[in-house]
Design a protein around this ligand. Structure first.
Ligand SMILES: [Zn+2]
Length: 1027
C-alpha cells in the first residue's frame, strides 16, 4: 500500500476531528492520564511532558525510551476505538522504491510469526477497525485500530514483530518487489518478463495523471535531497534494487532510535509501554540514525519545467488537456504557528468561489478546473503552495502565468474580507467539534509529517491557541496576511512553473523503455541463469500454493464477538405532515439534519441528470444571494450542505428498490435556523439562470469523474458488469458508473447548456413534496425540542408550495420505515419501485481505456438481505477472498488486489484492482468457485471469515450517523440482530451448498466486465461486447 505524501494532509479538512465521547466521569481516560508526572519512569520510558488539550477532549503524554531514544506520544481520550501507530523516518536517496518494497516485505513474515503474510492473515483473526501501512515521501507508517482490548495486544505483537524483526526472505523480495520470471511460470521456453507486486502497483499508480504530476512536482520543487526521488519507486528503477540493499535499508531505518510511537484511546498507557518494551525495544541499543532531511536551500531565480503524460480518453475537451501549475516553496512545517497561518492563507486564496484565484482562474473557463494539487502542502519538510489549472489549451499557458502573478499583486493591494476569515475560523471550530468514528487515525495522520522532522506534535494539537494568536496578530497589524503574501509569493524566487502535456506515444514509449531494460537484463543471462530463474519461479509458485500453517498467529475467537448489537434508540415524530426520525446523541454541540425525497414522479428522460442536479444545486446561488454569497453563508453558518443521489435496495426482493436524493447538512446548535433558511432558499429559489456559473460547475464535475476512474476502476467494473442483473444495479450504472462518466463528458462538450439547465429546473419540481419526503435529526438530548420546532417551520415552508404529482412508475409498494415498530405509533413509510417484469441477462463487456492495467469483474445475481442464504454468501465472499482469491490474483497474478464481496442489493461480485491480467483473472474467479465447492477449507478458515465479516458489521458509527440505516433503508435493529444470528450459525455445509447453488456455472445469471487496454484475446472472442 502506498500513499503519496504530496496528496495527504493538505487542508484543515483532513482533520476530521473527534471520536465518540462518552459522558465525562471522574475516572475518564484524560483525567487519569493527567496523573503522570514529568520524569516518571515507566517500563523503560521517561515521561517528558503531560498536557491537557481541552479542545480535543484529550490529555497528551510525551515520553522517551531511555535505552534507544525512541519517541512516544499517547493521547488519552474516552474513545474505545483505540489506535496504535509506529512511524519510521524513511528518506531514500534513489528511486528504487526501497522504502515502499520494504513496507510490503516486512508484512510477509517475522521472527515470532514466520508464516507467510501475517498481516493479511490478521485481517481475519481480528476485529480491527483499521489495519494498514503507508509509504509517504519521508516516512513509513504502520497503524491499526480496534475496539477490543485483547485484539489490541494481539495486533500490537504482530506489528512490532513485523516492523523490528521481519524475515525479509529473498522470496518475499521477489514476490513483493520485482523479479525476472517466465511469462508462463511452468514453461521454461516462454519469454522472461518483469513481475512483482510493487513493480505493477507503481505502473498502475503512474497511469494516473494526477499522481504522475504530483510526483514530478515534488521531485522538481525540492531537488536537493530525498524529495528528488520517488519513494514509492519509479517502475524501471525498481528493477535495479537488490535484496541486499533492501536488508541494509531496514537495518538503518527501522530502528527504535529512528521511530515514533503513537497510541490513542481509553486503554491504559502502562500496558502499551510494557508490551512495546518487552517485545521489541529491550533488544536494541541507541544508534544515531542518519535520516534527517535538511531544509531545501532556496533558489535565486524561478524555474520552469514541462513533463509528458498519457492522453485522457475521458477528458471533457480532448483539445484541452494541458496542466499548468505555479508552486512556491514555503517555510519549515515544524514552525507550527507559521504553518497554521500559511494553511489558512492558502485556503483564503484558493478555496471556494469567493477566493481570488477561483475568480481569476476558474471562473473565466480557461481550463476545466483547478489543477489537482492546488493549495497548501505540508507533507514535506518545507511546505509549498501551488496554484494552476488543468484542462487548458497549450496556447493559454502564458495567459495563466500572467493571471497568477496579477492575482498575487491584487491580493497584496486588497487583502481579504473579514467575513471570509471568520468563515474559515468557523470551519475550524466545527471540525474540532464534529465527531468522526476514526479520530485516532485522523490524529495520527495530522501530526505525522511535522513530528517526523522533530516538530512538536502536542503544539500542533492546541488548535484554539493558534486561532487566538492569529486573531491577535491580525488585530495588531491589519495587513498581516498581505505581508505574508508579499513575502511568500511576490518576493519569493523559489518558484516553479510546471506544465504537463499529453503525448499520444506516451504509453508505448513507456512500454518500449521497459522492453529495452528487460532486454539488457536478459542479454546478460547465461543458460545456467535462465535455468535458475525458471527454477526460482517454480519455487515461488509452490511456496505460494503450499498449504499454510498460520497457527503461530494470535487470534480472537468467534466467542469474543458480542452476541447482540447495542440498540439505537429512535423517536418518530412529524413536522408539517412529514415524518421525522429523532436520534439523541452526544454530538458535542452539533446538529445533523438529513432529508430523503423519493423520485418516483420523475420522468425517465430526466434520470441521467439527477447526479448533475445534486452536484450543482447547492452551488448556483439562491434567494437574494448570488453563488458567492451563498457559499460564504454556508461556510459561516454550517458544517457543509450537500445533496446526493440514492439507490436503496430492498431487503426482501431483488427487483424492488427505492430511489431518490438525500440532503445532508450539519451546523452548530446556534445556527439551526440559518441552516434551514438556506435549505428553503436552495429549493424554493435556486438561480438556474446563470449559464456561465453552470458551465464552470459542469466542466469541473466532468473532470473529477474522469480523474476518478483509475482510483476506483474496480468499483466501476463491478457497477458496469452488474447493470443487466437487477433494476437497482441498472440505475446504479446510470448514476455512478461509466455511463455517467460518458454522459458528463457529453454535457461538458454540449453547446446547449441552457436546455440542460431547464431539465434541472424540472427535476427540482419533483422534489420535497410532503408525500415524498422523510427527515432525520441527530442532536444532543437537551437541544432536541428546539431543533424539532425549527424542523417543523422548515418543512412547512418548503413543502407547502408543492403541487401533487402523479407517479410515473406503475408498480409502487409502500413499506413501513421500521418494520418492527408498532404501526399505531408511526406512520412513516418508504415507497419502493417494483419491476416485476425485469429480466436479468448475461452480458460480457470490454470497456476499453488507455490504462496499462485492467480492472476485471464478474457479478452474480443471488438473493436479497432477508433470505436465509444471504449470511452464508457474506461469509463465503470473505472466505474466498482471503483463502483463495488473494493468492491467485495478488500473489500469483501480480495484481494490486482482488477478491469477492456480497452487496446489499443481492449481487455477489468478484473483482480485481490494477491487474496485469484480464481473462486469466476471470478464470481465477471460476477456480475460486470450484475451490469453494470442493469444501477443503477448515473450521478455522470459517471462523476467521466470520471475524472478518463482523469487523465490518461492528465498525464504529459516529454520533452523526447513528440510526441512519433505519432511516435510509428500513434496516432495523431487529433485522440486524437476525442477520447477526444467521452469520454466527453459518456452517461448512451451508457454505459449500451456497457456492454450488448460486455461483456454479449455469446456476444464476452472471455478467462480466473488464476495464482496461486493448486486448487481442477479447477482440477475437465474439461473446464480448466492446465499448
Ligand atoms: Zn504498495
Amino acid at each position: 500500500m502506498f500513499k503519496y505524501g504530496a496528496r495527504l494532509y493538505r487542508r484543515f479538512r483532513d482533520l476530521s476531528v473527534v471520536g465518540r465521547c462518552r459522558s465525562s466521569s471522574l475516572s475518564s481516560a484524560p483525567e487519569r492520564a493527567l496523573q503522570y508526572s514529568i520524569g516518571q519512569k515507566i517500563h523503560g520510558f521517561t515521561v517528558t511532558e503531560v498536557t491537557s488539550v481541552p479542545d480535543l477532549f484529550l490529555t497528551a503524554v510525551k515520553l522517551e525510551h531511555d535505552a534507544t531514544g525512541a519517541k512516544y506520544l499517547h493521547a488519552a481520550r474516552d474513545d474505545a476505538n483505540n489506535l496504535f501507530s509506529v512511524q519510521l523516518r524513511t528518506t531514500p536517496m534513489d528511486s528504487t522504491g526501497v522504502p515502499h518494497i520494504l513496507e510490503h516485505t516486512v508484512l510477509c513474515g517475522s521472527e515470532r510469526f514466520p508464516c507467510r503474510d501475517p498481516f493479511f492473515k490478521m485481517l481475519n483473526r481480528s476485529l480491527s477497525t483499521f489495519m494498514n501501512a503507508f509509504t509517504a515521501s519521508d516516512y513509513t507508517m504502520y497503524p491499526f485500530s480496534t475496539q477490543n482490548p485483547k485484539d489490541f495486544q494481539n495486533l500490537l505483537s504482530v506489528y512490532l514483530d513485523a516492523v523490528f524483526f521481519p524475515c525479509l526472505r529473498e522470496q518475499d523480495f521477489w514476490q513483493e518487489g520485482w523479479r525476472l520470471e517466465n511469462a508462463d511460470t511452468q514453461d521454461p521456453s516462454s519469454p522472461l518478463v518483469f513481475k512483482g507486486v510493487v513493480f505493477n502497483e507503481m505502473k498502475g499508480a503512474f497511469s494516473n495523471n494526477e499522481q504522475l504530476y504530483a510526483q514530478h512536482l515534488q521531485n522538481l520543487l525540492l531537488p536537493d535531497h530525498t524529495y528528488a526521488h520517488v519513494s514509492g519507486g519509479e517502475p524501471l528503477a525498481i528493477t535495479d534494487l537488490t535484496w541486499q540493499q533492501l536488508k541494509e535499508f531496514h537495518q538503518t531505518h527501522y530502528h527504535p532510535s529512528n521511530a515514533r510511537f503513537f497510541t490513542y484511546g481509553d486503554l491504559p498507557l502502562e500496558q502499551h509501554l510494557q508490551q512495546i518494551e518487552e517485545e521489541a525495544l529491550s533488544r536494541f541499543q541507541k544508534i544515531q540514525p542518519d535520516t534527517a532531511v535538511p531544509a531545501q536551500s532556496p533558489w535565486n531565480t524561478p524555474r520552469e519545467a514541462s513533463v509528458c503524460c498519457g492522453p485522457d480518453a475521458m477528458a471533457p475537451d480532448p483539445a484541452k488537456q494541458h496542466t499548468l501549475t505555479v508552486s512556491y516553496l514555503l517555510g519549515d512545517i515544524t514552525d507550527v504557528f507559521e504553518s497554521f497561518v500559511l494553511n489558512l492563507l492558502s485556503s483564503l486564496m484558493v478555496t471556494g468561489p469567493n477566493s481570488p484565484f477561483y475568480r481569476t482562474l476558474v471562473e473565466p473557463g480557461i481550463g476545466s478546473d483547478f489543477s489537482s494539487l492546488v493549495g497548501y502542502d505540508g507533507s514535506t519538510r518545507n511546505a509549498s503552495f501551488s496554484v494552476g489549472l488543468q484542462g487548458i489549451s497549450v496556447d493559454d499557458a502564458d495567459r495563466v502565468k500572467r493571471i497568477i502573478d496579477e492575482t498575487v499583486d491584487d491580493i497584496i493591494v486588497k487583502g481579504f474580507e473579514e467575513e471570509r476569515i471568520e468563515a474559515l475560523l468557523h470551519r475550524i471550530e466545527i471540525q474540532m467539534k464534529h465527531q468522526s468514528s476514526s479520530f485516532g487515525l485522523a490524529l495520527a495522520s495530522y501530526i505525522a509529517s511535522s513530528w517526523n522532522h522533530d516538530g512538536d506534535p502536542v503544539e500542533l494539537l492546541r488548535i484554539s491557541q493558534n486561532v487566538e494568536r492569529f486573531r491577535q496578530e491580525v488585530s495588531n497589524n491589519p495587513a498581516f496576511l498581505q505581508d505574508k503574501v508579499r513575502h511568500y509569493f511576490k518576493d519569493n524566487t523559489h518558484k516553479l512553473t510546471l506544465s504537463m502535456s499529453p503525448d499520444e506515444g506516451y504509453v508505448s514509449k513507456l512500454a518500449d523503455a521497459e522492453s529495452v531494460k528487460l532486454a539488457q537484463k536478459v542479454e546478460q543471462l547465461s543458460e545456467e541463469d535462465r535455468k535458475e530463474i525458471h527454477q526460482k519461479g517454480l519455487e515461488l509458485l509452490s511456496m505460494q500454493t503450499a498449504v499454510q500453517d498460520a497457527s503461530c498467529l494470535p487470534a480472537l475467537q468467534v466467542s469474543d464477538i458480542q452476541p447482540t448489537i447495542k440498540p439505537t434508540h429512535l423517536e418518530m415524530g412529524t413536522a408539517g405532515g412529514v415524518p421525522v426520525q429523532y436520534c439523541e446523541q452526544p454530538t458535542n454541540g452539533m446538529v445533523y439534519f438529513r432529508a430523503f425525497s423519493h423520485l418516483n414522479t420523475l420522468p425517465e428522460d430526466l434520470k441521467p441528470y439527477v447526479p448533475l442536479f445534486c452536484s450543482v444545486i447547492t452551488k448556483m446561488g439562491c434567494g437574494d444571494m448570488d453563488y458567492k454569497q451563498q457559499s460564504q453563508q454556508m461556510e459561516l453558518r454550517t458544517g457543509g450542505m450537500s445533496i446526493s443521489p440514492q439507490i436503496l435496495p430492498d431487503h426482501t426482493h431483488m427487483d424492488t428498490y427505492e430511489q431518490g436524493i438525500l440532503l445532508t447538512s450539519s451546523c452548530l446548535e446556534r445556527n439551526v435556523e440559518e441552516m434551514f433558511h438556506l435549505w428553503s432558499d436552495i429549493f424554493n429559489s435556486p438561480h438556474f439562470d446563470d449559464i456561465e456559473r453552470f458551465r464552470v460547475l459542469v466542466m469541473s464535475s466532468a473532470q473529477e469523474l474522469a480523474n476518478g476512474i483509475s482510483y476506483s476502476g474496480h468499483v466501476m467494473a463491478m457497477t458496469h458488469a452488474a447493470r443487466t442483473l437487477s433494476p437497482a444495479a441498472e440505475l446504479q450504472e446510470t448514476f455512478h458508473g461509466m455511463e455517467q462518466v460518458k454522459f458528463m463528458k457529453q454535457m461538458a462538450e454540449t453547446p446547449d447548456l441552457p436546455s440542460v439547465l431547464r431539465k434541472l429546473a424540472r427535476i427540482r419540481r419533483h422534489l420535497l413534496n410532503p408525500d415524498n419526503i422523510r427527515c432525520a435529526v441527530n442532536a444532543a438530548p437537551d437541544k432536541m425540542a428546539a431543533v424539532a420546532v425549527q424542523t417543523e417551520r422548515f418543512m412547512g415552508n418548503v413543502a407547502g408550495t408543492r403541487k401533487q404529482r402523479k407517479s410515473v412508475r406503475p408498480h409502487l409498494i409502500q413499506r413501513p420505515l421500521d418494520p418492527s415498530a408498532d404501526p399505531s405509533s408511526s406512520s412513516a413509510t418508504r415507497t419502493l419501485i417494483s419491476e416485476p417484469h425485469f429480466q436479468a441477462c448475461q452480458m460480457k463487456t470490454h470497456y476499453q481505456l488507455p490504462f496499462p492495467v485492467n480492472f476485471a469483474s464478474e457479478c452474480v445475481r443471488t438473493v436479497p438481505f432477508t433470505h436465509p442464504d444471504y449470511a452464508s454468501l457474506c461469509v463465503l465472499s470473505r472466505l474466498m477472498s482471503s483463502k483463495f482469491l488473494h493468492g491467485e490474483i495478488r500473489e500469483r497474478g501480480g495484481a494490486y488486489g482482488g477478491g469477492a464481496r456480497m452487496g446489499g442489493g443481492g449481487l455477489y461480485s468478484f473483482y480485481s484492482y490494477r491487474d496485469p491480467n484480464s481473462t486469466a483473472t476471470l478464470a481465477a474467479f471460476r477456480k475460486g468457485v470450484d475451490w469453494a465447492r470442493e469444501g477443503t477449507f477448515t473450521q478455522q478458515d470459517i471462523d476467521e471469515s466470520k471475524l472478518s465479516v463482523f469487523s465490518q458489521v461492528d465498525a464504529p458509527v459516529a454520533p452523526s450517523d447513528k440510526g441512519l440505516s433505519v432511516f435510509l433503508s428500513g434496516l432495523s435493529d431487529s433485522m440486524k440482530q437476525e442477520h447477526r444470528e444467521r452469520l454466527f450459525a453459518v456452517t461448512h455445509t451451508q457454505l459449500v451448498d451456497a457456492a454450488g447453488r448460486y455461483l456454479g456455472v449455469g446456476q444464476s445469471v452472471c455478467a462480466s466486465a473488464i476495464l482496461g487496454p486493448e486486448n487481442a484475446e477479447l477482440s477475437k472472442d465474439p461473446s464480448w461486447i466492446r465499448k
